[in-house]
Design a protein around this ligand. Structure first.
Ligand SMILES: Cc1ncc(COP(=O)(O)O)c(C=O)c1O
Length: 159
C-alpha cells in the first residue's frame, strides 16, 4: 500500500498520536517556520501548536481546488526558515488529493521535513514511499495504525 520496508513501520494507536509523536520529536529552534494546510483536519493542527510557545512561526498554506495553484501556494509560502511542511494526503474538507509527490520533491531539494497525514489518503491514492524522499507518513486504520518513515528514523528523536 505504501511500498515501504517493514523496518520503516512503527505501530501506533492512531493518526493523531503519530502526529504528536513526530511533532514532539523534532528539533526546531527559535524563528524556524512550520507550514500547515488551510482548513486542515484538527489532529494535524493541534500537535504543532506547542511550537508557537517556543518561538516557532506557524503559517498556513492557502488551499485551492487546483493542485497546480496549490503547489504555487506552497512555493510562495516557503522561506529560508521553513523547516517543516505537513499536509493531509487528501484534504478533509474538499476531498482533493494534494500533490504530495511534487511537495516532497521541493522539500527534498530544500531540506525541509515533509510530514503527511495519510488518514484519508492511504489506500485511496497512490503513495509510494520510495519516491517521496525523506517523507514521514502517518496513517490511521480501523484496526491498526502505523507511521512509516522513509528511509529511517534518523531525523526524529523520541522522548
Ligand atoms: C485527515 C485526517 N487526519 C486525521 C484523522 C484522525 O485519525 P485518527 O482517528 O486515526 O487519529 C482523520 C479522521 O477522519 C482525518 O480525516
Amino acid at each position: 500500500m505504501l511500498n515501504c520496508n517493514k523496518e520503516d513501520i512503527a505501530i501506533i494507536h492512531n493518526t493523531a498520536e503519530g502526529m504528536n509523536l513526530i511533532s514532539h520529536g523534532l528539533n526546531l529552534k527559535n524563528s524556524d517556520e512550520i507550514l500547515l494546510l488551510e482548513n486542515e483536519y484538527p489532529s494535524n493542527v493541534y500537535p504543532w501548536e506547542h511550537w508557537a510557545l517556543k518561538g516557532i512561526i506557524i503559517k498556513t498554506i492557502p488551499m485551492s481546488n487546483s493542485p497546480d495553484i496549490f503547489l504555487e501556494n506552497v512555493k510562495k509560502a516557503i522561506t529560508n526558515k521553513t523547516k517543516v511542511i505537513t499536509v493531509s494526503a487528501v484534504h478533509c474538507c474538499t476531498g482533493m488529493p494534494l500533490p504530495i509527490k511534487d511537495i516532497a520533491e521541493i522539500c527534498n531539494y530544500k531540506n525541509i521535513e515533509f510530514i503527511i497525514d495519510g488518514a484519508q489518503g492511504a489506500g485511496h491514492i497512490d503513495i509510494d514511499m520510495t519516491i517521496l524522499f525523506l517523507t514521514i507518513i502517518v496513517v490511521g486504520f480501523n484496526l491498526f495504525n502505523i507511521f512509516s518513515l522513509y528511509p529511517s528514523f534518523k531525523d526524529v528523536v523520541f522522548f
